[in-house]
Design a binder for this molecule. Structure first.
Ligand code: IMP
Length: 426
């Protein structure tokens, strides 16, 4: 039995979907535990590219049960569109299961995400405007609607009436927007979505505990990442869930001792979408080069990602926060053409050298990175298939990371395809 957790160690878009897809072959269950369709997982199979938002990456293997667990917020419209798009391209979604306790994203969540961002003006967070934050706020305020509520028209109606009254008051009186229509939301969720979604509903907590008892292999697939975590990220420039390891437990109902392996995924450089501190951010020609070579545009939103050098101080802290056993290092090939590569090994804050992530965010805003420079390898890594084929400069780079981080780099990504991930552990 193994329960493997895949967690992002930076600000997202590390290539978790690809690592999940690679390991999925050995899995019986692949489980999403938090976030919603703010995530964008790209998987390349042969010449085909698939971009997933909600459905776990394991869906590409017919033997796997993909599970959307209780910690996820589900927009039924997006889910059904994703199911239809996969089916049209010949990928079966018949095994998909959804927790009845997962919260629903409602039309007013989308609307509130949009208007609050607009209202914040230059202080906006740069959310994906998918209604994620408002849906998690309602969950915490105990006025959220859950997948199971769609199974009972009466309950759904009662809850929607109460909550919509409040949301419409906010939309019309605070933000000067039009009120949303009860009947059309009710019709859409109960008559259109529920008949297709309720058959997928399951007690996923029981399902996963039984799977553990039966020695099945389970993969927990994180979305977003450590520094977008509501508690441990660069608040308020974070998402509204807990992508870190703790969130994998509350988001599935598995216990801490059920986890057997934790793989942290990090890119060989760093990207971030939206606002917030980013000590190693770079601009100019070099940034443009990394953006283009790494195709650093949002899978979902198409937004250009900010780019910067690998920050080992933040990475080491993320490894501690998540009890990471092994690191999967992705997109090494993006660095192929560089003459030199910087990695951040400390910060200078107000004239003092610091080797940890400052606890007070204002200090992180003032942190100037201290870099260690490495020679670039200046050759094409995309055809490399094993550790021995790496140029010396790449080996020196990876060795340094392992020593600094204190955990092995088990996998290295050298291109977008499934076959371009090198197993360094063996
Ligand atoms: P939200 O999750 O839409 O509320 O957005 C909050 C912050 O998280 C914004 O800075 C987003 O750009 C960021 N974010 C959310 N999902 C992702 C993701 O999958 N990759 C990278 N950034 C994300």
């Amino acid at each position: 039995m193994a329960v493997t957790l895949i967690v992002g160690l930076q600000w997202g878009d590390e290539g978790k979907g690809k690592i999940t897809d690679l390991l999925a072959g050995e899995m019986d269950y692949v489980v999403r535990y938090q976030g919603g369709h703010n995530a964008g997982h790209t998987v390349m199979i042969g010449d085909e590219t698939f971009a997933l938002q909600l459905i776990p990456s394991g869906v590409f293997y017919p033997h796997i049960v993909p599970v959307i667990a209780n910690g996820v917020v589900v927009d039924p419209k997006v889910l059904l569109e994703e199911i239809d798009a996969l089916e049209t391209r010949g990928i079966s979604t018949k095994n998909l299961l959804i927790s009845g306790n997962a919260h629903l994203i409602m039309p007013y969540h989308h609307e509130l995400d949009r208007v609050t961002e607009r209202y914040l003006g230059k202080n906006k967070l740069g959310t994906t405007k998918r209604g994620i934050g408002p849906a998690y706020s309602d969950k915490a305020s105990r006025v959220g609607l859950r997948v199971q509520d769609m199974a009972d028209e009466k309950i759904f109606k009662q809850k929607l009436e109460v909550v919509l009254k409040e949301k419409n008051a906010i939309l019309t009186k605070v933000y000067n927007r039009l009120a949303l229509d009860f009947d059309s939301i009710y019709h859409q969720y109960i008559k259109v979505y529920a008949p297709r979604i309720i058959p997928l509903m399951a007690n996923t907590v029981e399902l996963l505990h039984n799977a553990v008892k039966e020695n099945k292999n389970i993969l927990l697939e994180g979305a977003q990442a450590t520094y977008l975590d509501l508690d441990h990220g660069t608040y308020p420039y974070v998402t509204s869930s807990n992508p870190t390891a703790g969130g994998a437990l509350t988001g599935t109902g598995l216990g801490p001792r059920d986890l057997t392996k934790i793989i942290g995924v990090a890119k060989a450089y760093v990207t971030r979408v939206g606002a917030g501190p980013f000590p190693t951010e770079i601009e100019g020609d070099l940034a443009e080069l990394l953006t283009q070579r790494g195709r650093e545009f949002g899978t979902n939103t198409g937004r250009r990602r900010r780019v910067g050098w690998l920050d080992l101080v933040m990475l080491k802290h993320a490894i501690e926060l998540n009890s990471v056993d092994e690191v999967a290092l992705t997109k090494l090939d993006v660095l192929d053409v560089l003459e030199f590569i910087n990695v951040c090994v400390g910060y200078e804050i107000d004239g003092k050298a610091v080797s940890h992530v400052p606890y007070h965010q204002s200090e992180l805003h003032r942190a100037k990175p201290i870099y260690q420079e490495f020679s670039g390898w200046r050759c094409d890594l995309s055809g490399v298939t094993k550790l021995e084929e790496f140029p010396k400069a790449t080996k020196i780079f990876v060795d340094f990371l392992e020593q600094y981080l204190g955990v092995p780099v088990c996998l290295a990504g050298v291109g977008p395809r499934r076959s371009q991930i090198i197993d360094l552990a063996s």
